[in-house]
Ligand binder design. Structure first.
Ligand code: B12
Ligand code: SF4
Length: 500
């Protein structure tokens, strides 16, 4: 962290990534802030702080900034718990630095600029891709001009919210490289027992698909753009120096440009970067855009895991979601990945209003089938949560108790919403089905028990009857009165410290 700010000549800009405040949330480098910083660092002195890494961000900010004036605060915000920390931070910023504007950008303020501004802790919102408009905003502030005529800039004057249209997203390759030296990347390295030391990396923005549940469409429509391969390789070389063995590529859709992906793979090999990696891909892309030969190349270059939003085993739901695939496509894609030796993490959602009983059966059947066919695969089963700005949110809005304030949006999380439209017995069924899948196939977080079972026969013996019952439940879809789940959880609690 820079502690010699007295020597700084450029105007100071403080960027903040709020803490997630949710159990199990991954700490990711602040990629949105790094993207902004890329176009700012020539003209401004940019400091990035991450609420997930420090318990008292203001202590660090005070220590670094001292008495220096700050031109603006920029905060990146997604819907859910990060809003709560973003609000705290912004309120504090305004009370400590009266007159310094607080600007919010990112998914949530872009989707609900009016609600964000009316909350009263934010001065400006910038919609959509932020690089160009934020730089223009800062230039105008620096030059003593009251910011105006900036595409995507929203604010309140005379109690009227001034909304403007966002800028058309620019190609990422037109921006300078992200200034990674502004953050301590080593703090984002995690050690996961199944994959080793890893870090999250992002290589693109947007997605050309238009799934009706996905926030990305609300932000970027069908626009997609990715960093050039040379830049990706430069980044990966730098991340490699952090002694990582696995790269979690968290793009919305990494595989949009086939040539870019294959070139990336070739360059990884040419450079001798022996990393394993995972990335998001669609069923449709596996089937229609990447040949078996392509998948083999990807695998050879360390592409070990695909994250696939299979979403549902019901063709009706897949249509409702505008997924443009059928359940048979998912099975065919699974076969193609298996042939290429690529492990797949499938993400499923269940609990759609009005049809949740019917779709649940089909989804569990498909989950079970995929897991049975390849026991290296993994399944994540979530309860559907409507996100603002999406087509499905609009469709289901009448069934929801919609948040009325920014802080209520801060409560809007997968864990809190949990399908308010679903009867409580069915909620129990969903939870139990998820536990059964984990118990039978050893998915996260139950893989630790499987690990113990492979080492100790006493654990194996203990697990056997539970696995047998869970397997019966999955086959017959009987998830009510799941009493053994409680014993299972209790014993896991006791065994874990003893054996791991
Ligand atoms: C990293 C990430 C996370 C991180 C946290 C990120 C953070 N900022 O705090 C983690 C892993 C914790 C996470 C969790 C979740 N996430 Co998430 N996540 C992402 C992901 C993969 C990358 C975000 C990113 O950095 N992108 C790269 C940057 C460059 O693009 P960008 O974010 O769009 O930023 C640009 C603009 O938005 C704008 N901008 C952004 N910030 C700012 C700030 C200022 C001041 C300005 C001017 C402009 C600006 O300019 C940027 C540069 O162009 C996105 C998907 C994606 N690939 O984008 C989903 C995404 C943001 N997540 C999403 C969701 C739904 C979730 C979860 C609810 C998922 C879940 N089921 O659990 C949880 C919620 C966590 C919680 N506690 O609430 C949704 C957003 C929903 C919403 N309405 O906000 C996204 C878009 C995925 C999707 N396609 O639906 N996520
Ligand atoms: S493919 Fe993924 S990122 Fe793209 S629109 Fe669908 S859910 Fe969103």
């Amino acid at each position: 962290m820079n502690n010699t700010l007295s020597a700084v000549k450029k105007p100071l800009v403080v960027l903040y990534q709020p803490r997630k405040d949710e159990e199990g949330c991954v700490n990711t480098p602040p990629y949105a802030l790094l993207a902004l910083a890329a176009v700012l660092v020539d003209e401004f002195h940019v400091l990035i702080f991450d609420g997930a890494l420090v318990s008292e961000p203001w202590r660090d900010i005070d220590a670094v900034c001292g008495e220096q004036p700050i031109l603006a605060f920029g905060v990146t915000v997604i819907t859910g718990p990060p809003i709560l920390d973003a609000r705290r931070f912004s309120q504090e910023a305004r009370s400590r630095y009266a007159g310094t504007p607080v600007v919010w950008g990112g998914c949530h303020p872009s989707i609900d600029p009016e609600g964000t501004l009316r909350d009263g802790c934010v001065d400006f919102v910038i919609l959509g891709q932020g690089e160009i408009p934020f730089r223009e905003f800062l230039r105008q502030r620096r030059d003593g001009i009251s910011p105006s005529n900036i595409p995507g800039l929203c604010y309140i004057t005379d109690d009227v919210v001034q909304l403007t249209r966002p800028i058309a997203p620019q190609k990422l390759s037109s921006f300078p490289p992200r200034p990674f030296h502004l953050v301590d990347l080593s703090k984002y390295v995690r050690n996961i027992n199944t994959i080793g030391k890893c870090i999250v990396y992002i290589t693109s923005q947007g997605c050309p698909y238009q799934c009706y549940f996905c926030s990305d469409t609300a932000l970027y429509g069908t626009h997609w753009s990715g960093y050039a391969v040379e830049e990706m390789i430069r980044d990966v070389r730098m991340l490699y120096c952090l002694d990582i063995s696995f790269l979690m590529i968290f793009d919305n859709n990494f595989f949009v440009n086939r040539m870019r992906v294959l070139e990336f793979c070739r360059q990884l090999q040419k450079e001798g970067l022996q990393l394993r990696w995972q990335a998001d891909i669609c069923v449709d892309q596996i089937l229609n855009e990447f040949s078996s030969q392509d998948l083999a190349e990807i695998r050879a270059a360390g592409g070990e895991v695909f994250f696939v939003g299979a979403e549902s085993g019901s063709n009706d739901v897949l249509e409702l979601l505008n997924k443009r695939i059928t359940r048979d496509d998912t099975i065919a894609a699974a076969q193609k990945c298996r042939d290429a030796g690529i492990r797949v993490i499938y993400s499923f959602m269940t609990g759609f209003p009005g049809i949740y009983r019917e779709e649940f059966r089909d989804t569990i059947t498909l989950c079970n089938q995929l897991a049975q066919e390849d026991n290296t695969n993994e399944i994540i089963l979530c309860t559907y949560t409507p996100y603002p700005g999406t087509e499905l949110y609009r469709q289901f809005q009448h069934l929801l108790e919609t948040p009325r304030s920014l802080s209520e949006w801060g409560q809007w999380s997968v864990f809190a919403v949990k399908g308010n439209w679903i009867d409580s017995m069915h909620k129990t069924r969903i939870r139990n089905a998820s536990v059964c899948l984990c118990a039978v196939y050893g998915f996260f977080p139950w893989h630790s028990l499987q690990l113990m079972a492979s080492k100790y026969s006493v654990v194996r013996l203990f697990l056997a009857p539970f696995k047998a019952v869970a397997s019966w439940r999955l086959r017959h879809q009987r998830f009510r009165f799941h009493i053994e789940r409680h014993i299972y959880s209790f014993v896991e609690l006791v065994l874990r410290p003893l054996f791991l």
